[in-house]
Design a protein around this ligand. Structure first.
Ligand SMILES: Cc1cn([C@H]2C[C@H](O)[C@@H](COP(=O)(O)OP(=O)(O)O[C@H]3O[C@@H](C)[C@H](O)[C@@H](O)[C@H]3O)O2)c(=O)[nH]c1=O
Length: 362
């Protein structure tokens, strides 16, 4: 797969919390490698790769950034063509100093995803480094985003084709998830949303049965904590609950493809839910100064969210004391999701843009 045109990419990732930093960097690494690029992923905590990507990926070398032996070995090797700094994570200074010796190295700071207007303004801007390791180099900001004036979103070339071949019933049966044809399927990947109890009650009281597929980790703990305080909740009324193990990243996609409504969080799962094309609810990563309020509203504006979907997001994210509206799995919520996906599919994906960007700037 590798050609003489292929580049060496070194991606640096620091796990701050949860799984998004690694989730995004791993997805980037394996998509580059699938296109024939050579990739080293430098990571300070690769634990979650044990379930996200247990078999690794051809062409991706994972390196423990904290291991002194790995640093020594890397310093002895040729510098990469492209250095990607995930989310301003400050790669090891010894390496940056070594890499800076390579003429024409492209140094890119991959930023967090947002639909706020500043993204279009800042995408691609240079930031010359004046002192310290890397002095004399120019870092460039690469902003993923939802419009054609941004760096776009990660999307494998065959994603839509795989999605169209997906068979929900076989996937559920292979996972031993009980499912009756009349049950609506809802996935839950969240932190501890204040409106979680309200959602469970609404689903339980609905005329139509729902099976909630709860992802491992914080989502499962949040649901279980509520069940502890209201033990009858499990299987109550129209609601059935299945707890999932941690899934590989490709299987996490299958979960989203299988469901009629997806609750997602953070960054990477939001993008995957958009590609799934079913109605989705986003729990945004909360920031201390409430900066996430503006960020969520900017995304809802881009999405063209109908009023009930906007209200639902506000309630789910705990803005004010908004009451949780009825979740919808058809009608305007579905049309909105389909329309958003069509708009995104008409734009270049992130890797296509990133490779162009690197070639033009080096
Ligand atoms: C539950 C589950 C998740 N995943 C993957 C999907 C994603 O790649 C990843 C989750 O990442 P996210 O969706 O981004 O959600 P997240 O909330 O885990 O991640 C983040 O949000 C960012 C905004 C913050 O900056 C990060 O610090 C981090 O908090 O885990 C699986 O592969 N299998 C699973 O079973």
């Amino acid at each position: 797969m590798q050609s003489s045109q292929s580049k060496q990419w070194d991606i640096f990732c620091k796990v701050i919390d949860n799984h998004g930093d690694l989730g995004v960097c791993w997805r980037l690494a394996r998509q580059l490698a699938a296109l024939g690029e050579r990739v080293r992923l430098w990571i300070d905590d690769a634990t979650a790769l044990g379930w996200m990507a247990p078999s690794g990926h051809d062409g991706v070398q994972v390196i423990d950034w904290l291991a002194p032996s790995a640093l020594r070995a890397a310093v002895a090797q040729p510098a990469p063509d492209v250095l990607i700094e995930g989310f301003g994570c400050d790669p090891a200074p010894e390496l940056v100093a070594r890499f800076a010796e390579r003429p024409g190295i492209a140094w890119i700071n991959l930023e967090y995803l947002s639909a706020e207007p500043y993204v279009e303004r800042l995408h691609g801007l240079p930031s010359p480094v004046f002192k310290g390791p890397g002095a004399g180099l120019t870092k460039r900001f690469f902003y993923p985003g939802f419009t054609s004036a941004t760096g776009g979103l990660l999307r494998e070339p065959d994603l839509m084709e795989r999605r169209s071949r997906f068979d929900r019933a076989s996937w559920l049966s292979a996972r031993q998830i009980p499912w009756r044809q009349d049950e609506r399927l809802v996935s839950l990947f969240c932190y501890e949303p204040p409106a979680l109890a309200g959602l469970l009650a609404r689903l339980a009281e609905n005329r139509q049965p729902t099976r909630l597929l709860v992802t491992a980790g914080r989502a499962a703990q949040a649901v279980q904590a509520l069940q502890g305080s209201a033990p009858l909740l499990h299987g109550r009324g129209a609601l059935s609950i299945s707890y999932l193990p941690y899934l590989t990243q490709p299987d996490f996609d299958h979960l989203l493809w299988a469901c009629d409504l997806n609750f997602v969080r953070g960054e990477d799962s939001l993008v995957r839910a958009l590609w799934a094309g079913a109605p989705l609810i986003w729990q945004i990563y909360p920031q201390d100064d409430d900066a996430h309020h503006e960020k969520l509203n900017a995304w809802l504006d881009w999405l063209g969210a109908p009023p009930s979907l906007r209200l639902f997001h506000h309630a789910w994210n705990g803005f004010g004391d908004t009451a949780l509206p009825e979740p919808e799995m058809h009608g305007p919520w579905l049309e909105t999701a389909r329309d958003a996906r069509a708009r995104l599919l008409a734009q270049d994906d992130l890797i296509t843009q990133l490779r162009k960007f690197v070639t033009q700037k080096s």
